[in-house]
Design a protein around this ligand. Structure first.
Ligand SMILES: C[S@@+](CC[C@H](N)C(=O)[O-])C[C@H]1O[C@@H](n2cnc3c(N)ncnc32)[C@H](O)[C@@H]1O
Length: 478
């Protein structure tokens, strides 16, 4: 008799099975009488995909799949990477799966998975296309010694004495004067130049992350929804109203703009310093972090991986480059529109701006059935069917490469949210599970962690399908 090892028995077995699909045929006929048309057709397809998958209730992970707690978490709070998840989440998987080998995050963002690996004294690798993420991940995962603490303290003291410069500075960022009050922009540019003149690279990078972390706060915009919004545009019961930029800036910012910005930077640095001073027991095993596309991760390292844990961009048209646009331009990670366009093209195909001319090779019967239900008149962009196809084509490439580099009985954990277009659900969690099975992985668990909301218009169209609008963790084993 073969006894199959179940390494997560102690913890994961406490989750009850939550799947509503016992037999897709039965479920469909049950609903058929009351649900008509598109929703009934979708329910049949969704049930077919979900049938037989190990669906689990993962509500206890619900408050760990987002960044909310991380705003207060030492180290993670250095940069508000609102697309990130909590260290605790990755820690649970490392512990429960008894990971002792290499850990990898192909979409490392601010480096949460890598931090969790370090806390557990594990070697790890990370990659991200966004140079801001890579810098934040590197700085948060740096090893700081007593000598560095002393240097940082001296640099903070020097910065405290810095005076406003009378020289007017320029930036290539066309929107700069709209996005910032002019004096605030000048202060940010002066502080950036000052930071660039710090000789020690470790300290310079750390100061640069602190500088990046205050940009949104001192600007006229906020990162919201799928892009950036102007803070002086307010929603009222009669729709949106624009408050005059100058009037708004006068109300919002104090007279002495230079000291205002400098104080924000100093506060951020003091928080960082207090985190560094406290010993969190981070091991010396600093991760190796690369700036590039995860679709080519095998070009960067060839070590076998025991656990890959990540959250990819969701198939919901969220554009990571758009949301970090101001930071990318002001920090000079991009110098012109062409550079910005090229950077966008290296991203995972999850939004209309990331569509390059890469052919779509991967075909999935269920996905095509769902795409056929799209109502082209209701789609806000005609490229959406190809965004969705491109997304799963990239997913297939990545999972295939991960399969090759994962050690036997190694794991892949994926935190992902589903989406909807013109009233049609794209069930990314269970589609990923299906694709993984095709490649050779075993699907160990699909934890449904929380339900997502949608626009009020789609709410009605998705009345009987709302269970599928959710964020899940798909756990695969090789
Ligand atoms: C959900 S975020 C990951 C957040 C991360 N787990 C954390 O806690 O900070 C997704 C990341 O994927 C990155 N990304 C998008 N396309 C990519 C690609 N082709 N290769 C690598 N990273 C990519 C984005 O820049 C973004 O940082």
């Amino acid at each position: 008799m073969i006894i199959t090892k179940d390494p997560y028995k102690t913890y994961f077995d406490e989750f009850e099975v939550t799947s509503i699909v016992s037999d897709p045929g039965i479920q469909y006929s049950l609903f058929e009488t009351e649900i008509k048309g598109n929703q009934a057709r979708q329910l049949k397809i969704l049930s077919e995909i979900e049938y037989g998958l190990p669906m689990f209730n993962g509500q206890s992970f619900g408050n760990q799949v987002h960044f909310q707690n991380a705003y207060q978490t030492p180290i993670q709070r250095w940069f508000p990477y609102r697309e990130g998840y909590s260290i605790k989440l990755v820690n649970s998987f490392i512990k429960e799966l008894k990971i002792t080998g290499n850990v990898f995050d192909p979409f490392c963002g601010s480096g949460t998975t890598l931090l969790a690996a370090r806390i557990n004294n594990l070697t790890s690798f990370g990659i991200d296309v966004n140079p801001i993420s890579v810098l934040v991940a590197k700085v948060e995962n740096e090893q700081y010694h007593q000598e560095d603490i002393e240097n940082i303290t001296i640099q903070i003291k020097l910065l405290e004495c810095l005076k406003k410069s009378p020289i007017s500075l320029k930036t290539n960022f066309e929107l700069a004067e709209k996005v910032f009050n002019w004096e605030i922009l000048q202060s940010l540019l002066q502080l950036k130049n000052y930071i660039n003149s710090i000789e020690d690279k470790k300290i310079r990078n750390l100061f640069f992350v602190a500088w990046l972390s205050i940009i949104e706060n001192v600007s006229n915009i906020k990162k919201e929804g799928n892009g950036i919004k102007y803070k002086n545009r307010k929603r009222t019961s009669n729709g949106y109203v624009n408050i005059d930029k100058e009037v708004w800036e006068k109300q919002k910012f104090p007279e002495d703009k230079f000291n205002f910005v400098k104080t924000k930077l100093l506060n951020s640095l003091k928080n960082i310093l207090s985190d560094i001073k406290y010993n969190y027991g981070l091991s010396e095993k600093r991760p190796r972090i690369f700036n590039g596309s995860c679709l080519e991760f095998d070009k960067y390292f060839s070590d076998e991986i025991q656990l890959t844990f990540f959250s990819p961009p969701y198939c919901n048209c969220f554009d990571y480059f758009e949301i970090h646009k101001v930071d990318l331009w002001l920090a000079e990670f991009v110098k012109d529109k062409e550079e910005f366009r090229l950077l966008r093209n290296t991203g995972f195909r999850s939004n209309t701006n990331s569509l390059n001319h890469k052919p779509i090779k991967y075909q999935n019967e269920f996905l095509e059935k769902l795409i056929n239900l799209f109502d082209s008149k209701k789609l806000w962009n005609i490229k959406i069917p190809n965004v969705v196809r491109g997304y799963f084509d990239d997913t297939f490439t990545l999972l295939s490469k991960l399969y090759n580099q994962t050690e036997k009985q190694g794991y892949v954990g994926i935190v992902v949210g589903n989406s909807a277009y013109s009233g049609v659900i794209i069930p990314t969690d269970i589609l990923i599970a299906e694709i993984a099975k095709e490649i050779g992985f075993r699907v160990k668990r699909v934890f449904v962690t929380r339900h997502l909301t949608t626009s009020s218009q789609q709410k009605q169209e998705l009345e009987y399908l709302k269970n599928y609008l959710r964020e899940s963790i798909v756990l695969l084993e090789k």
